[in-house]
Design a protein around this ligand. Sequence first.
Ligand SMILES: [Zn+2]
Ligand SMILES: [Zn+2]
Length: 396
Amino acid sequence: MENALRKRIDEMRGWLVEIRREIHMRPELGFEEFETANLVCKWLEKFDLKVKKGMAKTGLVGLLEGKRPGKTVAIRADMDALPLDEANSVPYASRIKGKMHACGHDAHVAILLGVAKYFSPLKDHVKGNIKWIFQPAEEGGAGGRVMAEEGVLENPKVDAIFGAHVFPFLAVGRVGFYEKEGLAATDRFTIKIIGKGGHAATPHVTKDPILAAGHLISQIHSIVSRSINPLESGVITIGKVKGGTAFNIIPDEVELLGTVRSLNAQVREELKARLEQVTRGIASSFGMDYGFNYQYGYPVLVNDPEMSRLVASACSEGIGKENVELLKPSMGGEDFAYYLERVPGAFFRLGCRNEEKGIVHPYHSSLFDVDEDVLPFGVEMFVRIVSRFLDLEMVA
Ligand SMILES: [Zn+2]
Ligand SMILES: [Zn+2]
């Protein structure tokens, strides 16, 4: 497919790689992305965008006001890294012990800066406004919620928002999109079974919380299969069990920690209610007390179907329908959901896998990497999406 736009964007490949590697080598955790934000700020100012710093502590926003009136579109990148040691021995590996860009947010930042570089000389051509959102703390810190609460979608009011995540399950050069639900609500719970400890040889004078926890674990695993409509989705995983100190002591209590995932509010509430009911029932059948703490996490990420179609169609125009794939929702979470609760938009995936180069490792692995071809590719996809939404002719 003849693609003059791609040729033009390919010219910035070296620059994109340099930026991505600079960020990759100096990863920063959520709400501590000071250096990353400075680097972003430097480029946004160079591109002559209006910059607002210090949102959600380390977040920042760039605004391009087109010379012609029109709608406002926002695009978003997350900037935070993860607390683990990088195991890759590439020249651009993390220089900071215990921190690594193992989720590709370094690539997200570079791609959005590439989009800024592309549009910055085109102010006369742009109808409406383009807003670049660089947010902190996607990895559990809900930086997106803080940005939204601090008004990032106002002044000018955002009509639609688009965000992408690199995707190691798709080959580089391919795009994945969702119809409506894209990612799950991600809640967590802590359950305590409170018994009465004592000697292992005299269980009859104790209340053994380990046995109760065993029953509870089985029971919890029957909630999704027996209480949720088989055509709906839900997951409950117990990730941590804590209790006991020695082979011959019955402990006072056992603690279970876990996560609950769902794709709609009704299932979410059902799972929560059943979890507590089952805990109460088991505790009571053993004559024990219990503690139940449930924390709501990120909400379900719900794309606007019309915006999803726009993503699929705009990307297809560049790479052909055969390279744009409709994905099933994932039970992972994303704080992009907070923006989508407020304005229509779509979250999509940029393939970053390359078997030949050995770039096959999943997110959050110490061996995670992206095929850097995803950088110019991502820029092209965003340019196409933004141009389509603002109704701009493509300039190559
Ligand atoms: Zn992640
Ligand atoms: Zn991520």
